[in-house]
Write a protein that binds this ligand. Structure first.
Ligand code: NDP
Ligand code: GDR
Length: 325
């Protein structure tokens, strides 16, 4: 039985990846940071019904001793480093914390793997945010980076350090440059979930408007279930490498609003209000990924369309709010 250690197991991707690996017969361990609200931390794992099937080890990406201990305890074949301060907007308010967790945290994990478990395969959660002010219309593994937030700068450090550890120490370390991926388990502050939650509230008469930031920003949105499969595929290759995962379709926030409201028979223009509080000091205007390499080498391609994603998210938010009525 293979063993995997996942940092960020309580997040969106960590939960879906755990489910995926359990179905593959893995023994799944997750790093969990101490919280005063321990009862709510495992909510996503509970939502998927797998909370009792994963083994949680307490630790923090900022504390390398806890990572060393976790690696010794679980002796993993594969390590997925998904833990991060992942909310771009918050990274301007907490730039140094973002650097400590998202950049140096990855460094701590790489260093711990090198010292304790160098035979383990390592996955780093890199991001399309690293392309920022895009240098090519469609971004692939060779497109130059131009980060636009402290978050993106931090991810770039982690990305290059992963490559450097591969080249310097021969670690089987791969980096997935993933474009935005969403699901009913997406954090409520991210734009897609904020919209589907808003649609559900408005539809059920619990709210009468949705305050948003930049409606013209465009993203390449896929479903998290498709993307965690791609992470695993990267670690099954003989050679470590870097791969873009994306759908190749770019959609504006405005169009996402239109589709989500239309799903419940409402016109978004009546409810969506632009509020400057949600604008960012520097914006990533458009992202559109080219996942040709992942398709060719890994045989990966997304299976869930944007329309199916929106339907699943709106239905889940309607169900959540109905259950509370
Ligand atoms: P989430 O924000 O849902 O999850 C982040 C996870 O990191 C949570 O489990 C969180 O724990 C954990 N974490 C935060 N700080 C620490 C810390 N100091 N030590 C240990 N764990 C910590 O992110 P996603 O699941 O959406 O994304 C997973 C990874 O992929 C992230 O690194 C993200 O930056 C990256 N990424 C995501 C994309 C997306 O579209 N979703 C696209 C590209 C990259 P807690 O529950 O306690 O807060
Ligand atoms: P992003 O995701 O920054 O791409 O990072 P987010 O959903 O926060 O924003 C996407 C775009 O929508 C615009 N926007 C709003 N965003 C939020 N959150 N709230 C709003 O009200 C709003 N209105 C408009 C934003 O300006 C932006 O252009 C996500 C995270 O998961 C990262 O961790 C990951 O690396 C990248 O995706 C790929």
């Amino acid at each position: 039985m293979k063993r995997a250690l996942i940092t960020g197991i309580t997040g969106q991707d960590g939960a879906y990846l755990s489910q995926f690996l359990l179905e593959k017969g893995y023994e799944v361990f997750g790093l969990i940071r101490r919280s005063a609200s321990a009862d709510v931390v495992g909510e996503r794992l509970r939502w998927l019904g797998i909370q009792d099937r994963v083994r949680l080890i307490d630790g923090n990406l900022s504390d390398i001793s806890s990572l060393i201990r976790a690696l010794r305890e679980c002796e993993p074949d594969e390590v997925y480093n998904l833990g991060a301060q992942s909310f771009v907007k918050a990274s301007w308010n907490q730039p140094l914390l973002t650097g400590q967790v998202t950049a140096l945290g990855a460094g701590n994990m790489l260093e711990a793997v090198r010292l304790v478990r160098p035979q383990a395969r390592f996955y780093q959660a890199s991001s399309s945010e690293m392309y920022g002010r895009v240098q090519e219309e469609r971004q692939n593994e060779r497109t130059p980076f131009y980060p636009r937030s402290p978050y993106a700068v931090s991810k770039l450090y982690a990305h290059w350090l992963t490559i450097n550890y591969r080249e310097s120490f021969g670690l089987h370390a791969s980096s997935g440059i993933l474009f935005n991926h969403e699901s009913p388990l997406r954090g409520i502050e991210f734009v897609t979930r904020k919209i589907t939650d808003g649609v559900a509230r408005i539809k059920l008469g619990l709210a009468n408007e949705l305050r948003m930031g930049n409606l013209e920003a465009r993203r390449d949105w896929g479903h998290a279930r498709d993307y965690v499969r791609g992470m695993w595929m990267m670690l099954q290759q003989d050679q470590p490498d870097d791969y873009v995962l994306a759908t190749g379709r770019t959609t504006s926030v405005r169009e996402f609003c239109r589709l989500a409201f239309a799903y419940v028979g409402l016109d978004y223009e009546r409810y969506v209000k632009v509020d400057p509080a949600f604008l960012r000091p520097a914006e990533v205007d458009v992202l559109c990924g080219d996942a040709t390499k992942a398709r060719r080498v890994l045989g990966w391609q997304p299976e869930i369309t944007l329309e199916e994603l929106i339907a699943e998210m709106v239905e889940a938010d309607l169900a959540r709010h109905r259950a509370r009525l």
